[in-house]
Design a protein around this ligand. Sequence first.
Ligand code: PMP
Length: 461
Amino acid sequence: MPFVAEAASRPNSPEARDTAFVVHGLTNLRRHLDEGPLVIESGRGVWVRDRHGRDYLEGMSGLWCLSLGYGETRLIEACRRQMETLAYAHLTNHRSHPAVIDLAEKLIEIAPVPMSHVWFANSGSEAADCAARLCWYYWNAQDAPERRKFLAHRRAYHGNTIAAASLTGADYAHRQFNLPLDGFLHVACPDYVTDALEEESEQAFSERLLADLEALIAREGPETIAAFFTEPILAAGGVVIPPQAYLDGLQILLRKHGILLVADEVVTAFGRTGEMFGCTTMGLAPDLIVCAKGITSAYFPLSAVLINARVFDAMVAQSDRLPLFGLTMTYSGHPVGCAVACEAIRIYEDDAIVARVRRLEPVLLDSLRRSLRGSAIVGYIRGRGLLAGVQLMARRHPVQTFDPTQRIGPLCADAAQAQGLFVRAIGDTLAICPPLTISESEIEILADRLARGIADVEKDL
Ligand code: PMP
């Protein structure tokens, strides 16, 4: 019996109580009941320890979020200080507090393109959802209420509330949930590595996708489209780095048709790609930017939507018709979250995290390439900053992917976990997104454990 399943079979063990009471997402519920959870009890730096005392290198920063690692005392102190001073305040009815003012001012200062104001929520999903609503509000204010449709990429992840899940281009977020909502349309994922035609250049691939997009816009009518959502790099879609020609052409097309661009920087912001924002890395100039995760290094749930002057001025002009701007939540701009985010951003700056990530990018990619050189099932390794994807393939030239029913990606992620490393399988891509504080020797351990896990799976093929 597997170790965890054995623990789960003991009555009153944490594993047994978990299976008795807790529902887990992105989890096979039947298998979970049979095998039980891996219960993590503590974390320090880039390491976590399960309740049986085994250590794992957290190669995914949890869910792409724990950018400064575990046990960061400055964040813990900022949280404690703010809880003591003012544990809660809200932003409705003209109220404010120092922490939200400090954070909004800082976000506008470091924004990758000129931005005007910031709207706050608690999760990436809420922020993406409400960014969509802000787009609708904007077009209504512009007397263009027919601009209601949204475009996003297939395989992109934008969250799991109703609008955010509709933006998400994944079957698992839609099927059996009556989603996507009408008017949420998905276009081809800009994944040149797996989706290019044989002998197709990156330029030709980009032009083909853009021609298809232009045809879709013409069919739907540009005057019916509110906004296009994209991540600068599609993280949960499989660490897809869109070709520059595609992103450049996309923005020309959107400008031509007056369509708003929303950048979902939930994963990519705050140093992850070797710039403070992924928009700088990938040359995006959006109207709205959605941030979460790294904004507090996951020490407190907080998200933000940065709004440019085009949209904000229209929102203000709407006050002449509507007495109240209606979009708010109890915890919008929560003072503890804002204080933690201010401190996290100070740490990113004090510790020169962007420069550190740029220095570590080749260290990570080189050690992955070196450790995985001998593997016949590793087709391609890609990355920007400390965000990387290892693409598993049956054959590289011409590209032949594995039959999804073989579940090669999940098997490799499980095998890496058995070696003491957390990575995430997205189909047959293994995502790697360690805390930005990881050391060079820990990167070597990460690459070595990944290679051992993949080798174990390869042996049995
Ligand atoms: N956007 C992106 C790009 C994400 O990766 C995620 C979460 N993985 C979300 C939005 C949703 O964020 P949350 O889970 O905090 O709601």
